[in-house]
Structure formats: structure tokens, C-alpha cells
Design a protein around this ligand. Sequence first.
Ligand code: NAD
Length: 350
Amino acid sequence: MLVNIPLKKVVDNSYDITIDTIEKVHFDTKVAIVTNPKVAGLHLAYLLEKISAKELYIITVADGEEYKNQDSIDTILESLFNHRFNRKSLLVAFGGGVIGDMTGYAASIYQRGIDFIQIPTTLLSQVDASVGGKTGMNNKYGKNLVGAFHQPKHVYIDPYFLKTLPGREFGAGVAEIVKMAVTFNKDFFEFLETADLHNEEILQEAIKQAVETKANVVAQDEKEHGLRAALNYGHTFGHVIENETGYKKYLHGEAVAIGMVMANMTAVKMGLMSEKEALRVQKLLEKYNLPTSYAVSNSELFYEAFFLDKKSSDASITFILPVGIGDVKITDEIDKKLILSVLNSFGEKE
Ligand code: NAD
């Protein structure tokens, strides 16, 4: 016997991303703004001038990647139950990528899924984390290993929030912008080479182009069956660096910057990118004080650590390698010796 459930529905998950000063908006439902004490202290008053709702609650969780965990998710869910949120209620993620990922995940599981919107406040979350619907949290097995694809209903990117962002956090966001340009958009890369992202108008243009690039990739491959993996450029190496340094020395974007330089060197050795192109990428990263060197103390151990990355299937490692500037190759066929020679040459630096 066979019973078939016909579920071939076309679901429209489309949403808009507004890049501008947030306009006043009223929600005729229960709304909870999820944030942390730092962002609340800096910007909640501003947001409350803009957002109103039938009932409005603020949920605060501790600030930091180390709190992107089940305890914080439970804090959010408990508050929703206590305030009797229903399936028409709405969550607002108000903070960086940590808040965005956790709020989206809580929204994806509360009563099997409610709506949420993203109001990202770091450059990294404005250009990357808030777009694309990847939500989740960390656990003892690793980062982002629990989560769901749950697209927001709207993303409001207000560059105003970036005025209070520390310089290193700004640089970490620039790294993700460079990532989008190198992998998908040569014109954008050339724009960045001459642009000064500390200029507000130019920054807004760069945010727009980065978001457009990401949106275009997500539209083609929402659940990362192929193309979307290209956005992990720099991350295969970067994750090992974050891990080796206990997630303390480098911000995520900084580790990705070093990872991109390593990926570029691999691409140069494979004849996919010229040395000149690799240097242009490095120069752009260094313009924003991003680190581009790293002392690899043990190349074999570094190589072994690739296999702990969840993005690698059992026996192979996926590398995202630029092809020139503006194109990318996703491959798991790379000679170990070649990677070791890249890592060894990094060992000589610093
Ligand atoms: P974060 O959320 O930890 O924010 C960094 C710091 O800046 C925090 O202390 C935060 O409180 C503070 N902050 C936020 N806004 C501020 C402001 N306007 N002024 C001053 N300080 C402010 O880190 P992040 O870099 O925004 O995001 C990193 C997280 O994003 C990671 O957990 C990563 O896994 C996730 N991420 C998700 C995706 C995705 O597609 N979902 C993509 C990239 C990264």
C-alpha cells in the first residue's frame, strides 16, 4: 500500500529589504522586540519612536556569541508564552547577527513558526546575516549546528545604527562585503577599490550592492544546495583560524579576511587567479585594517581541522576558490599537498 501526500505547493517567501532611515510603522498585533542590553542602551529609544504595535514587549538576552545558545532561546520562548503570543504575533530582531539568528530561530519554532522581521544594527548583519533566512544557535558540538531556514517578512537596514559601531566590528562587516564582490561581482569590487566606506553615501551604496548580490544568490539557491555555498568563500580556512584561536583573537569577519587570502593563494597555485588579482583583494582588506596574515604553527593539524567543519561531508572538504575577480569555483577536489604548501607559506609569516 502506498499513501501519497501531495505537497507540491509553491510557497512565496519573497520579502523586501529597505535600506534607508526607518519610517514609522504600526503592527496591529502583538510584537516582541528581541535585543541585548548594549543595543537597547544605544538605540532602543530611537526604534521605539518608529515602531508601535497593539501590544509591544521587549525581550533582552545577554550580549555575545557565547550566549547564542539554548538558554537564550528558552528566555525568548518563555517570554512569548508568558505574554500569550499567538501564531499571528511578530518578532523583531534588533541587533547584530547573533540576535538576528536567534530571533529568527525562535520565530521558526514558536508554535511551529511565526513571522519575524530583521532590523540589523552591525555592518555584518546588514550586509549578510539579516538576509537569506538562515537562523540558528550554537551548541557544544559547534557553531550554528542547530537551526532552520526561516525567511523574515521584511528587513529594515538603517545605516544610522552604524554610527556607534566600533572600528573592528565595522571592518568585520567590510570583509563580508569584499567576499560578495570577489565571488560574484567584478564591477562592485572595482567600485570598492576606489571607494571610501567611511563616507555615509558610499557606504549605503555598498550595502545596497552587497545585499543585492546576496539576495540574488539566495533567490537561486535558498537552502544551499549549490551556488549559495560560494558565500562561504574564506570561511573554510576562517573557521579553523577561529577555532585555533578559541574565538577570542579574531572577530568572525577578521578570520574570514585571512581565510580569503588563504583561499586566494590556493587559487593562484591552481591557476584560477593571478597573483596581481590576489594582491588587489589583500590590499582592499588591509585598507580597512583587516588582518591578512596568520602564523600557522602546524599545517597538518590545521588541515585535519577542516574535517571538523560541518560544511564538509565525511571524506572531503569543500573549498570556495575565486576565479579571477567576480567568479568562483566550488570544489572538493584539491590536492592535500597543495593546501599544505599554502599553509606552510603562511607559517613563515608574522
Ligand atoms: P554580534 O551580533 O555579536 O554583534 C557584535 C557586537 O556589536 C555585539 O557586542 C553587539 O551587541 C554590538 N552591536 C550591535 N549593534 C551595534 C551598534 N549599532 N553599535 C555598537 N555596537 C553594536 O556579531 P555580528 O558580527 O553582527 O554577527 C555575527 C553572527 O552572525 C555570528 O553568530 C554568525 O554566525 C552570524 N551570521 C549569520 C549569517 C546568516 O546568514 N544567518 C551570516 C553571517 C553571520
